[in-house]
Write a protein that binds this ligand. Sequence first.
Ligand SMILES: CC(C)(COP(=O)(O)OP(=O)(O)OC[C@H]1O[C@@H](n2cnc3c(N)ncnc32)[C@H](O)[C@@H]1OP(=O)(O)O)[C@@H](O)C(=O)NCCC(=O)NCCS
Length: 179
Amino acid sequence: MSDLSENHWAPRRYRAHDRAELALALAPDLEKLYPGGSSWLCGRLDDIEAGRARAMVVARPGALYGVAIETPKEPGRVKLSTLWVAAGQRRLGVGSSLLRRCRRGWLAAEVERVDVTCATVVGPALAPLLHASGFSLERVDRDRYGEGRHEMVYSWFAEADLEAPGRPRLRAPTPPPCK
Ligand SMILES: CC(C)(COP(=O)(O)OP(=O)(O)OC[C@H]1O[C@@H](n2cnc3c(N)ncnc32)[C@H](O)[C@@H]1OP(=O)(O)O)[C@@H](O)C(=O)NCCC(=O)NCCS
């Protein structure tokens, strides 16, 4: 049951000292999903440290529980390039707390659209979480990394999210102009 709150897991910004632990924890799963996954991860961590991308982590002393890596694209658009939780920490709310924290950042930064691509093998776990966080399936890229290795592309739109009933609002409504 993922009933532990964002405050409990306290996602925070990635810092350079997280690098070794993150690479060690995440690279094996990435390698299984994508050819060259480890070197791709090194490149993303370089991007984060150079300010070209950003990441939120859930960490405890000596352990990295989860990460969300985001890459800004054109203005108003972001790619969520990785959402990952360590195998021993799943179904405890880590992934949803990371997504909630990212969503707050998107709304605060007036991001209009976020895309995330996920392998079909990850879909059964990731899709319900993405749907609950306001993402919807945009398209399926068939055989993207070889036969049968389809990728699903999910998108989140700020406008639709803010209009959906029951979603927490983060920005006060714009006051009417002064006369
Ligand atoms: C998908 C993933 C991020 C979910 O993280 P998590 O911390 O376990 O997610 P949460 O505990 O916040 O779960 C939230 C909801 O998502 C859904 N969910 C999560 N895991 C699920 C699973 N295995 N099967 C079905 N639904 C699942 C449920 O609706 C869940 O709510 P519930 O626990 O109250 O039923 C995690 O399973 C993961 O990292 N998988 C590997 C993904 C990967 O390889 N990423 C790298 C490439 S991008």
